[in-house]
Design a protein around this ligand. Structure first.
Ligand code: ADP
Ligand code: MG
Length: 700
């Protein structure tokens, strides 16, 4: 990859150790926070600002509005009421008095405040017993006759760096800014673009953000709407977008087996299914079929709400590879889920004469050797399994399609490990990743610019939407009757325990207690318990038995969350639902309503509810649509948590905030197209600046 390195980039990459006052110790502390170069300091932006450019008459102070004042000490009172307190009253020419109140102070401090001495202080006034007061202001005593210069810019307050004091950090950043190169050496965005937009140059933007002059619009800064911020936000979003695009382009340079069969096997499978595909399933399968015909690798994410029928679409895609005489791997994050896929695939494929091999951690010894050999020789074409599929010992004869279910539970590295198992040198398999965690469109655009996204946005017909109610925890006893009624009709129920404390042990204990209470109240039912402290095989055995109808009620912790398909279960009870996020609640609720029978979900909560919890529960009551829930989740929580940090670099955004700034994404996308077409080397420099060169070699 060719790079244009300008003088500006060299300065940017200069080590922090070249700054005055940075020795080994400070350098190590800064490095621990990811601050290594001058540029890292340029981009270490203030969290907020303090305005010490003016002095406000005390009379004009307003509660809640931070300000700087200067006054003469009128009285000092040291008291002790419940705890030590120091109160200093100051007054100024405006004739008003302000109280400075300290709870932590040293004797030397008390001695400083003499009646008649002058103090300058900064803080946020609050109504106190005798007019306004500032608790723990930052302050400075002025010497006799000292005029006390005023700052000519707002004071930046930086995100703290462990082990480096705020004053030192600020000095270092100011030094780094003094070395900011001139505009033309720093600017990467093409001049033509900058002329079209109302943004300042990068240099100007950085200077404004680090040292805003008096009169800067603080409200705009706090809201992220200041043109200087927008300039940086756009460039950062652009960098992330370009980085993903570049990974995609790199992937596209590889070859992949073009699967151009007639689709006879897929048609056969369709003919044997006891149902018709929904329109959404058909559409997504067609998209996949088109992708697979190309000689370059597919990388497609299929989003589909719980129960939307992703598995059968994956099976149809697998048929295209099998028909071409090639291999398919299907990986799921847990053994139980993988087993479910195995059962489904065997059920569908064996009648067509296609063997399905099984590879999980449990498969050991001779059985394992045998499966590995069958996979290596190409004797089996379809293999289902867990992480075990991604291990080094697994070698494929000719892997054409790698399918990963619930991909967010795997790391990028694991997905890549499977991808790298393509047989022929220079060729990689097509990748199909599936998720039941829908991602809002705006976010998908930013987070997944490196893959194609399809949505199965329709449930198979005949499902009755789950009825959801939220009940105060005090009504817990009523639920015993509901469970009794559901099970009397031959249905099954889940009772999910969660707790404030997230230690496995405490939750397991609570689940155990609930289990015992329910067992005592419902002696006629067969009740089982699963929790995270149980051994994996015990858990699986219990879940399996529940699935086979051997238990009526399953008391569980959130370990049952993902993907388990028990169509006969029709009642889901979630305790302390206010503790769970929307995505998790939606996943849990998705365990019921999988058959034709009407299902119910009861969300038990402890009051008082926070605003957020109220909104979450209301959302759950109002809709069953995973996409709407995801949008709401984004609104309530922000994107970082929604996407998780493992699969995207988005968690590391420095200036941009995906939720606040999502409106810019269409522009960012257009800019990316333009930059890639007009000047790929500039695109590389932008990525290097913001995302780092490491990203280039990471995921694809
Ligand atoms: P998910 O998308 O959550 O992985 P599954 O693939 O497990 O969903 O499908 C859920 C259930 O719906 C399965 O029992 C599956 O056989 C069934 N199913 C899938 N597609 C259809 C369809 N078009 N019509 C009826 N049932 C379907
Ligand atoms: Mg599934």
């Amino acid at each position: 990859m060719s790079h244009v390195v300008s003088g500006g980039d060299l300065i940017a990459a200069t080590s922090i150790q070249t700054l005055k006052g940075v020795g080994e110790r400070v350098a190590a502390k800064l490095a621990a926070r990811g601050l290594l170069t001058l540029q890292d300091l340029w981009f270490h932006l203030p969290l907020r600002y303090e305005d010490r450019t003016a002095i406000l008459p005390i009379r004009q102070l307003q509660p809640g509005v931070p300000a700087q004042v200067e006054g003469t000490v009128e009285a000092v009172e040291r008291g002790f009421r419940f705890r030590p307190v120091l109160r200093v009253a100051i007054g100024d020419a405006s004739g008003a008095t302000l109280v400075l109140r300290f709870f932590h102070f040293r004797a030397a401090q008390v001695a400083q405040f003499k009646v008649g001495s002058r103090v300058r202080c900064y803080g946020t006034p609050k109504p106190g017993q005798h007019g306004l007061e500032i608790i723990h202001p930052s302050y400075r005593l002025l010497a006799d006759g000292e005029a006390g210069v005023l700052g000519d810019s707002l004071d930046p307050i930086y995100p703290a760096v462990d082990g480096v004091g705020p004053a030192v950090l600020r000095k270092l950043i100011m030094q780094a800014l003094d070395r900011l190169p001139a505009d033309e050496r720093l600017e990467i965005l093409p001049a033509s673009l900058l002329q079209e937009q109302p943004w300042p140059s990068l240099r100007e933007a950085l200077l404004t953000l680090h040292r805003p002059g008096p009169g800067t619009d603080l409200a705009a800064l706090a809201a992220g709407r200041h043109p200087a911020q927008q300039r940086l936000i756009i460039e950062e979003l652009l960098a992330h977008h370009l980085s993903l695009r570049r990974q995609r382009i790199a992937l596209q340079r590889h070859r992949a087996p073009a699967l151009r069969g007639k689709g006879t096997l897929a048609a056969k499978l369709l003919a044997t299914l006891p149902f018709q595909l929904t329109a959404a399933q058909q559409r997504v399968f067609k998209q996949i079929q088109q992708d697979l015909k190309r000689p370059s690798p597919m990388l497609r994410l299929v989003q589909g709400d719980v129960g939307s029928g992703k598995t059968v679409v994956a099976a149809l895609a697998a048929m295209l590879a099998v028909e071409a005489g090639k291999q398919v791997a299907l990986a799921a994050p847990t053994e139980l889920l993988a087993e479910q896929h195995l059962a489904n695939l065997r059920n569908w494929l064996q009648p067509l004469g296609i063997e399905v091999a099984w590879l999980a951690g449990k498969v050991t010894g001779k059985a394992r050797t045998q499966v590995l050999e069958q996979v290596r020789s190409g004797q089996v074409q379809v293999v289902v399994g867990t992480h075990a599929l991604m291990q080094e010992a697994v070698v494929f004869h000719d892997l054409a399609l790698a399918i990963v279910d619930e991909q967010h539970r795997f790391g990028v590295q694991q997905r890549l490990a499977l991808r790298d198992k393509g047989a022929l040198a220079g060729s990689v398999p097509h990748q199909l990743v599936m998720t039941a965690t829908p991602i809002p469109r705006t976010l998908a655009m930013a987070a997944y610019a490196d893959l194609d996204v399809s949505a199965i946005d329709e449930l198979p017909p005949g499902r009755t939407p789950v009825q959801t109610v939220a009940l105060n925890g005090q009504r817990r006893p009523e639920l015993v009757e509901r469970i009794r009624a559901a099970c009397a009709e031959g249905r099954q129920a889940y009772w999910v325990c969660t707790l404030i404390d997230d230690s496995d042990e405490v939750i397991a204990q609570a689940a155990q207690t609930t289990y015992e209470q329910l067992a005592a109240a419902l002696p006629e039912l067969r009740i089982a318990l699963v929790h995270g402290r149980m051994k994996a095989n015990e858990k699986q055995a219990t879940m399996r038995a529940f699935k086979q109808g051997e238990h009526d009620l399953l008391v569980a912790t959130t370990v049952i969350e993902v993907g388990v398909d028990v169509p006969n279960a029709s009642l889901m009870i979630v305790e302390n639902a206010e503790r769970l996020g929307l995505a998790q609640l939606h996943q849990l609720r998705g365990r019921v309503g999988r058959g034709a029978v009407a299902s119910n979900c009861v969300l038990l909560y402890q009051s008082p509810l926070s605003m957020m919890a109220k909104q979450r529960l209301a959302t759950m009551r109002e809709t069953n649509d995973g996409f709407i829930i995801a949008e709401k989740d984004l609104e309530l929580r922000g994107p970082g948590e929604l996407l998780g940090t493992r699969q995207t670099g988005l968690a590391s955004l420095r200036v941009a905030d995906l939720q606040r700034d999502a409106g810019w994404l269409p522009l960012v996308q257009a800019l990316a197209e333009r930059l890639l077409a007009e000047s790929p080397p500039l695109a590389d420099r932008i990525v290097d600046r913001w995302v780092g060169s490491a990203a280039r070699y990471a995921a694809a």
